[in-house]
Design a binder for this molecule. Structure first.
Ligand code: IMP
Ligand code: MG
Length: 202
């Protein structure tokens, strides 16, 4: 009973607005914010199939190490990885922020490395590339660890926010510069389990 109440509070699905019997725009609420479906589960899965096919073709003959960036990329990494038909390993790393003792304030450290990166072809798997700061941090680390080749796969890209020159090899969808949740992405920890991507309603 208690659980049911909680779920209703966090993921209340509004009565879908059916307009001219085709478009059903799903709206949800998470905590204090409302969101509208932006990319359906079907569209995400179709696109992932295409990205995997591209990777299988482009990187044929190579042994790959997929590097998923936690927490957000766990669903995309799983769905993409199971469609890869090349010899491949997968590993996950996480950017942990903690308050540094220096005056520079919060420091982000990459934790969880357990894969030998040296001389390997790495495919970074990100949920979303926003400013590109996270990506740059990871690419720098892979250069230090002497990866032979680094490819980047991201389900979502906000081109208007991206400030880096790092080429992005496999992008699922380019989206507007709005806050999104679902398919691994969260708002204050919630929403990661939604199978579609939802954008905030301002
Ligand atoms: P960046 O370092 O600015 O590129 O941001 C990358 C990280 O911020 C992503 O891996 C996400 O975890 C998070 N992020 C960026 N935009 C969004 C969003 O719209 N919703 C949820 N998380 C986001
Ligand atoms: Mg992320």
């Amino acid at each position: 009973m208690l659980i049911r109440t909680k779920i209703r509070y966090y993921f209340h699905i509004f009565a879908p607005a059916i307009s001219s019997n085709i478009a059903v725009m799903k709206e949800i609420r998470i905590l204090d914010k409302k969101f509208r479906e932006l990319i359906t589960e079907k569209a995400l899965q179709k696109r992932i199939k295409e990205l995997a096919k591209q990777i299988n073709n482009d990187l044929a003959g190579k042994e790959l190490v997929f590097l998923g960036i936690l927490n957000g990329a766990f669903l995309f990494a799983a769905d993409l990885f199971r469609r890869i038909d090349l010899p491949a390993r997968i590993s996950f790393v996480k950017l942990a922020s903690y308050e540094g003792t220096s005056s520079s304030g919060s420091i982000k450290e990459l934790i969880g490395w357990n894969e030998d990166i040296k001389n390997k072809t790495i495919v970074i798997v990100e949920d979303i590339v926003d400013t590109g700061n996270t990506l740059e941090r990871i690419v720098d680390e892979l250069v230090i660890r002497k990866a032979s080749e680094v490819k980047i796969a991201a389900m979502l890209l906000k081109p208007a926010a991206y400030t880096k020159n790092i080429p992005l090899d496999y992008i699922g969808f380019e989206i507007p510069n709005d806050f999104v949740v679902g398919y691994g992405l969260d708002y204050d920890g919630f929403g990661r389990n939604l199978p579609s991507v939802y954008a905030i309603i301002p």
